[in-house]
Design a protein around this ligand. Structure first.
Ligand code: SF4
Length: 992
């Protein structure tokens, strides 16, 4: 594929389908879907080869006016444009967006069948509740009233933290923002979403290395890579359309593709160099590469000197990782790693790509930081073709993370400190004392009262412990008593046996989803269980953030089907029931029961200064979507047209107000561009000095910067000291004074300087407050605007840091998984001591000290399939996709299979050391190495050999059911973020 060199612009009339040439007939969607799943690992219809969903199906079916509506695929984070064909309000056909710079007319099997996702006959059609073990249809009014009454009763007796609001990576940005705000108004930080269990270790590790916890470049920018290093990722299945960008670099630049994975994946099948390594030994592998890089002097010394802090401590650690030791721990021969290191050194800039294979570990934050350090050593950061291209999972997991559907922060990564709440209370124009009153307080072990509003909540990975743990062991007033699963498939989480128990113990279980999900059937509850039908994103509209931080606007394709409602309307219903709707929507127009989406966008535009979600107004986002064809396919920059100079979707940070017209930042930390045009240094986030050493950049700065060296983050005091505060407009100055508490009246945008306002020194009792207003808290955007006008980054200019002194392992180190069969390594590389954090006790050493390997000798790992997404309910309910993959299976190496007496296709039991077991089909294949087994994680509906189909509401059971790998998966959580361990546990396999 991509053999033919083109200018990258797909021209439909000229395309020739290879498949159709072979068949001498047009390829219908059914054939395409089958081919995309079975033939080429899900990447189909790349622009250069054609062969995709043709317009024929819809065009021939449609005879009247057909409206074309642009939306975005709701499955993965690539962000492929879907062009829906709608006639008389009915969605009759779809095509991939040919103008989209992301997909260039391509879709994978999932994207090509989203119409059936929306029109799905197996969706939840109306609200239901369980009465005496039977599902009953009820009205929305009854549902909201009964659920609301029970929640308020729980709130009264146990406090607001006993209701857990689990949100979703499927929300639009506006819904995600509203969801987090809603939880704040309810009075809890027990709110989280899928990012916790897919990339929380990325966000924490990467943000603590250089500033922002996100993909630094883009799928498109990979076109410029001279080497591609993928570790713990399988984009051919998980992000199929992204592979066209990878393969373009491979073909166009002759860029070597190196794939490191314990399993020979469909991505590995494209690799020039495949590195098979032992699950859970990523840090050792990366240090093994760095050992050769340092040994041969291949590191970029200039880059390290000016832009990196702490590399000497890395050198010290890496010195321990001789080729022999690396081979002992990872299984990879030194000669292979020497070759890979040489390849990376000789082919710069190279990109590093990772996914959940790297993140889902007890030491996942160490892995993500090690990958970053590899790129820093090679000098591959802040440059086109380089960067860390971290492929996020769900379509809006990046946006839901940015908008704060998380237990440890308010929107925009502001955290939960008093200052953070004060900032958002100002944005919301809310009484801060009223907000404080919504939260519980609790006496800490030191006898002092603790405000729960400032403490991280229970992460979704641990919600079951919030239910099951003894109350006195929790750092919150009472156990979790009510769970709301809003767009979340529980089978994507480990310890399903315990989850079943936890679900049964809850007072109240509420599922809000287009599909019932495994939450509806895993347990044996008979009452107080509700299913509320949510609309898909095709039945509403709003913005969504792709993995590369670009924001796209979806238009509404069809009106909500059945009795389903969009998430923001359901939130409005609950807010009304709880009596805070007037406050929640104070500055948001509400039409009937529907909050105006554009007003929600504008509200977060007014508060998200930290990550630059401020410049992307609804109007600019819609304009980008309408003019997709004007954006360059590689740089993402508009070449002429109404968006001239903007990057597609204004990837954040898009600084200042929309009026400032910042283009967005396509490649983070690129100093070759002025900040006003998308350039940036590393962020100054950790102070200016450490142990007497300078943490700021040295002699490195963005083009056009008036400060030609490192500098701290911008504050009003810094503007005053530089004499730049005179550049502020009257409104900006007044707003800064308002934020500082110097004036009480919130200024209007056309304000003049009032009598009270100052242009000179402020009275001493206010000087500190005014000086302390900074680029994150200034609601006018003036500090950002003035800093950028002088060529500076609002967040400062620092070095990236290799040593995170606030983390359990300041220098990333290898630690053996909790369940390991390499007992010889436990002494040298032990796990952590048990500890309590995120409100729950967490075990490490107390598990690892036991040797389970005699009874459970095989390493168990898990991952994705191209046909399904996440917990899989919506995709397994889709007839097109269900046909492609009908059986849950376990991959077993032929040698293991023969030793176990297991034949290909036979049923086997896979049992984990915590007792959970699954009955699945054996797939005997050398894809996995000897001693390693792999299971996909999208299945559900069977439990320990039992088919639970009869427990679904009539007509809402997915077409394909199967065992969840997570029934056999075990305990284990990252030491910083509570990410679950799904990639390296143990199991035994027996013929069934
Ligand atoms: Fe594109 Fe991902 Fe949707 Fe496939 S699942 S069409 S790669 S967005």
């Amino acid at each position: 594929m991509l053999r033919k060199k083109t200018n990258g612009v797909a021209r439909r009339p000229q395309r020739t389908s290879i498949l159709s040439e072979v068949a001498n007939a047009s390829v219908d969607r059914r054939a395409f879907l089958r081919g995309s799943g079975l033939a080429i690992g899900g990447l189909a219809a790349v622009a250069a080869t054609g062969g995709t969903v043709t317009q024929a199906t819809a065009a021939t079916a449609a005879t009247g006016d057909v409206k074309r509506v642009k939306s975005v695929c709701t499955h993965c984070s690539v962000g492929c444009t879907v062009e829906a064909e709608v006639q008389g309000g009915v969605w009759i056909g779809q095509e991939p967006g040919w103008d989209s710079p992301f997909n260039l007319g391509a879709h994978c099997a999932k994207g090509a069948s989203v119409r059936e996702h929306a029109h799905g006959e197996r969706r939840l059609k109306y609200p239901m509740k369980k009465v005496g073990g039977e599902w009953q249809r009820i009205s929305w009014e009854q549902a909201i009233n009964e659920i609301g009454d029970q929640m308020m009763s729980i709130r009264d007796s146990s406090g607001p933290d006993s209701v857990y609001w689990l949100g979703s990576a499927k929300h639009s940005n506006e819904q995600a923002y509203l969801f987090r705000k809603f939880a704040a108004y309810w009075g809890t930080n027990n709110v989280d979403h899928q990012a916790r269990i897919c990339h929380s270790t990325t966000v924490a590790g990467v943000a603590n290395t250089w500033g922002y916890g996100a993909m630094t470049n883009s799928y498109n920018d990979i076109h410029k890579s001279r080497a591609i290093f993928i570790i713990g990722g399988n984009p051919a299945e998980a992000h199929p359309v992204s592979l066209q960008h990878v393969l373009k670099a491979k073909e166009q630049n002759n860029a070597p593709l190196i794939v490191c994975d314990p399993r020979f994946t469909r991505t590995a099948a494209h690799a020039d160099e495949y590195v098979r390594f032992r699950p859970g030994s990523d840090v050792a592998l990366v240090w093994g590469l760095l050992w050769h890089i340092f040994e041969n002097g291949w590191e970029d010394r200039d880059f390290i000197r000016s832009r990196v802090w702490g590399m000497d401590e890395i050198r010290t650690e890496v010195a321990n990782w001789t080729p022999d030791e690396v081979e002992r721990v990872t299984g990879v021969p030194g000669s292979q790693l020497e070759r890979v290191a040489r390849t990376l050194a000789n082919n710069r800039p190279g990109t590093v790509i990772w996914c959940m294979g790297g993140t889902q570990h007890t030491n996942g934050n160490n892995n993500t930081r090690a990958y970053c350090i590899l790129q820093l050593a090679l000098g591959n950061m802040g440059t086109a073709g380089g960067g860390t291209n971290i492929f996020r999972g769900h379509d809006n997991v990046q946006g839901a993370t940015d908008l704060g559907v998380l237990a440890d922060t308010l929107p925009g990564y502001y955290g939960l400190t008093a200052g953070s709440w004060a900032h958002w209370a100002r944005v919301w124009e809310e009484d801060l004392d009223w907000l404080k009153g919504r939260f519980a307080t609790m006496q800490g072990k030191d006898g002092k009262d603790k405000a729960m509003m400032n403490l991280t909540g229970i992460p979704v990975s641990r919600w079951i412990d919030g239910v099951l743990e003894a109350k006195e062991n929790l750092e919150q007033p009472d156990n979790t008593r009510a769970m709301v699963f809003w767009g979340h498939a529980p089978n994507s989480q480990t310890r399903l046996k315990e989850m079943k128990t936890a679900m049964e113990k809850l007072d109240l279980l509420v599922v809000v989803d287009p599909y019932p999900t495994v939450s509806a059937i895993l347990h044996d509850r008979t009452d107080n269980t509700y299913l509320l039908p949510a609309s898909t994103q095709f039945e509403t509209y709003g913005s969504v953030t792709a993995s590369n931080r670009s924001i796209q606007w979806r238009d509404k394709v069809v009106e909500p089907l059945f009795e389903s409602l969009p998430d923001h309307i359901i939130m409005h219903k609950f807010a009304t029931k709880f009596g805070f709707a007037d406050r929640l929507f104070r500055n948001i127009e509400v039409n009937g029961e529907e909050p105006l989406i554009e007003d929600l966008t504008r509200e977060f535009n007014r508060g998200m200064w930290t990550v630059g979600y401020t410049g992307q107004s609804p109007e600019r986002l819609k304009m980008h979507m309408e003019n997709q064809h004007t954006f360059d396919r590689t740089t993402l920059r508009a070449n002429g047209g109404p968006a001239d100079g903007d990057y597609y979707g204004m990837p954040w940070p898009c600084w200042g107000t929309p009026e400032m017209n910042h283009p967005g930042s396509a490649n983070l930390y690129d100093t070759s561009l002025p900040v006003a045009k998308g350039g940036l240094p590393f962020r100054a986030r950790y102070g200016v000095e450490r142990n007497g050493e300078n943490l700021l950049a040295e002699g490195s700065y963005t083009v056009g910067s008036e400060i030609e060296d490192g500098y701290p983050e911008f504050t009003m005091q810094m503007l005053i000291d530089l004499g730049w505060d005179s550049d502020l407009t009257p409104y900006e100055r007044r707003m800064i004074e308002y934020v500082a508490g110097y004036i009480d009246q919130r200024p209007e945008t056309d304000t003049d300087l009032g009598e009270q306002s100052q242009t000179g020194p402020y009275p001493s009792d206010f000087a500190e407050q005014i000086g302390g207003v900074n680029w994150k808290t200034d609601l006018s955007g003036g500090i950002q605007r003035v800093a950028i006008a002088h060529g500076c980054a609002p967040y400062g200019n620092a070095k990236a840091r290799c040593v995170v002194w606030t983390f359990p392992d300041p220098v990333p180190v290898h630690r053996e998984p909790l369940y390991t069969n390499r007992r010889d390594l436990v002494e040298d590389y032990p796990t952590y001591e048990d500890k309590t954090f995120w409100r729950v006790p967490t075990m490490y050493a107390s598990i690892q000290k036991n040797d389970f390997s005699k009874d459970y000798p095989i390493i168990l790992t898990s991952g994705r399939l191209v046909e399904y997404e996440g917990g899989g309910d919506e995709t397994r309910s889709n007839p097109w996709l269900a046909e492609l993959q009908q059986n849950m299976f376990v991959e077993i190496n032929p040698r293991d299979a023969n030793n176990l007496g297991v034949r290909d296709g036979a049923d086997v039991w896979v049992e984990g050391p915590e007792g959970g077991k699954v009955k699945v089909m054996a797939m005997v294949t050398p894809r996995v190495g000897e001693g390693v087994a792999f299971m996909p994680f999208h299945f559900g509906g069977h439990f320990e050999g039992e088919d639970l189909r009869s427990k679904y509401p009539d007509g809402a059971d997915p077409i394909v059911l199967g065992e969840s790998t997570n029934t056999a998966q075990t305990y284990g959580y990252d030491s910083v973020t509570q990410m679950q361990e799904t990639k390296a546990t143990l199991c035994k396999i027996m013929p069934a």
